[in-house]
Design a protein around this ligand. Structure first.
Ligand code: DAH
Length: 339
């Protein structure tokens, strides 16, 4: 029995020293010291031992048990230490690795162009205001001197919600809204989205943006209009830029004009960019029609003013030399990242 015990102990200690994980170690503990373990069963066979030999036998088994327990504890500690070291080695942070770059977005070319236009007019003392995109036809047309049946309504065919309400076809209704508030003088620009029942192509979209401008005060004349827009063009396209005012017709201004800027690519000689013209059209403008002033509660005998409307996409296309408006709406990062 004694020899068997010694052999058992040696065997256990060998297994312990060969074990390579805490789980394996636990299995060995159960195998020898568990309720049905080998050493435990030797202890249980005490009853078969002659009473006078029992103390010595008990001591032997206890010694064997202690030896195995000690070996288990020692190995456990060693395995835990190794495991910790492995973890520390694996989880080490290499502070010399280059940091991951976070991508910061930037303004859309239309937004950059709008910021620029706002900067120019705010610098001249203008306020930036907004009006609703869903508008009364009254504001979109009637109060702008475009009564029902007027052909200008057809020209701006748009999306009607019902007989009275539509998606605004221009930012000009903001003029009427601001004038009606009765706070004079007025110096404002109103950027925003407009809608027209147009098919999409390189220069058209059913939804685009305009920037409306309005100045109302005593003694405002065409000179103020020309000087202001000439300054605007020079700020936007460079100090050499010249402007040209061509007579035109808008129902809400009289007289009205379209404004061209000298081509900033060829300086006016004529090139592919300006289609050989030397001039590029940028906006519509005019002196606010007395009918409009009256309909909006302003006395045309006392006050006068000028207005203008700029296409924002057009400005962005010109400024960044983009040849297709659709690129502005496609949200292709390869395109947008260039600005
Ligand atoms: N609303 C006009 C359009 O959409 C643009 C315009 C022209 C606005 C002349 C004005 C203006 O304020 O005076 O075609």
């Amino acid at each position: 029995m004694k020899d068997k015990l010694i052999k058992m102990t040696e065997e256990a200690i060998e297994k312990i020293s060969e074990s390579s994980s805490l789980n394996e170690l636990n299995d060995i503990r159960v195998l020898y010291l568990g309720k049905k373990g080998h050493i435990t069963s030797v202890m249980k066979s005490m009853k078969d031992v002659a009473p006078e030999d029992r103390p010595a036998f008990g001591q032997l088994v206890n010694e064997a048990r202690t030896k195995v327990e000690e070996a288990l504890d020692e190995k456990k500690e060693a395995l835990q230490k190794a495991e910790m070291e492995k973890k520390l080695a694996e989880e080490v942070i290499d502070v010399t690795l280059p940091a991951k770059r976070t991508k910061v977005g930037h303004g859309h070319p239309c937004q950059i162009a709008l910021d620029e236009v706002e900067r120019i007019f705010v610098g001249m003392g203008y306020e930036v205001v907004e009006g609703p995109e869903v508008e009364w036809q009254d504001y979109n047309f009637t109060k702008l001197n475009i009564p029902e049946g007027h052909p200008a309504r057809d020209e701006q065919d748009t999306f009607y919600i019902n007989d009275e309400i539509l998606l605004r076809s221009q930012t000009s209704p903001v003029q009427a809204r601001v004038m009606e508030q009765g706070k004079l003088p007025i110096r404002m620009i109103a950027p925003g989205r407009v809608f027209r029942s147009d098919n999409i192509d390189a220069t058209h979209s059913p939804s685009f943006h305009q920037i409306e401008g309005l100045v109302i005060d005593k003694h405002i004349t065409m000179t103020d209009l020309k000087g202001t827009l000439d300054e605007f063009a020079k700020e936007l396209f460079g100090p050499e830029t010249k402007t040209r005012f061509r007579p035109h017709h808008f129902p809400f201004t009289e007289p009205s004009a379209e404004v061209d800027v000298s081509c900033f690519k060829c300086g006016g000689k004529g090139c592919r960019f300006c289609k050989g013209e030397g001039w590029i059209e940028i906006l519509g403008c005019g002196m606010v029609h007395p009918n409009v002033l009256e309909m909006c509660g302003i006395d045309p005998e006392v006050y006068s003013g000028f207005a203008f409307g700029v296409g924002l996409e057009r400005i962005a296309l010109l400024k960044y030399e983009i040849d297709d408006m659709r690129l502005l709406y496609e949200n292709d990062q390869r395109f947008l990242n260039q600005f």
